[in-house]
Design a protein around this ligand. Sequence first.
Ligand code: CU1
Length: 224
Amino acid sequence: MLKTLCVATGLLVSQGMAAPAPVEEVKPAETERRELFPLYSVGAKHAQRTGARAGAATPVMAIGDRMASGLKGPISKLEQLAMNDDLNTVVSSDNMCTRRQAMARAAGLAAGLSLATVNAPGFAAGATTVKMGSDSGQLVFVPDEIKVCKGDTVTWVNNKGGPHNVVFDEDAIPSGVSQEAISMDGQLGEEGEKFSMKFDVAGNYKYYCEPHRGAGMNAEMTVS
Ligand code: CU1
């Protein structure tokens, strides 16, 4: 009997103590949530930041305006017109070499070079390197097919498995080009030795390595 009372009291006590507690805890939790809710103000701050960024872009546009007005910009009006032409060419031309040249001229003008400098022959000339012998020692040119632009210089580097050389096929070069003039006289024996040649005549060229021609050390080149 006593035991039952004690248990009953215990239950009542525990219920009595436990019951109001959660009810009281709910309210502060809701209040806290409400306090956390000013997400709108966070959004407002974000909107302000976005506005600030948009404002930050204005000085850049101001420089552009100044360049367009030709007053104190880093490049002259004439140079900017030339640059615009070049950039249009970069976008519209489907010729790789024309685009590359226009890109180089525009970049030169933007960097403050004069029209005379960017119009000089060879300003946009490229340099291509071909390995003689693969890194693993295969008797091949790497790459064995290249596309260059008129006025470009190609450099062959003795990589592995030499001696190597570069001899053009007189039946597979543009007419009027001297096979002897563009081919190597000797051979490159030491690793790292180089042979460079500038190509000014457009067309297709085939060449080979004399010591390894039979092993398939052939390659081709297109000058545009
Ligand atoms: Cu070779």
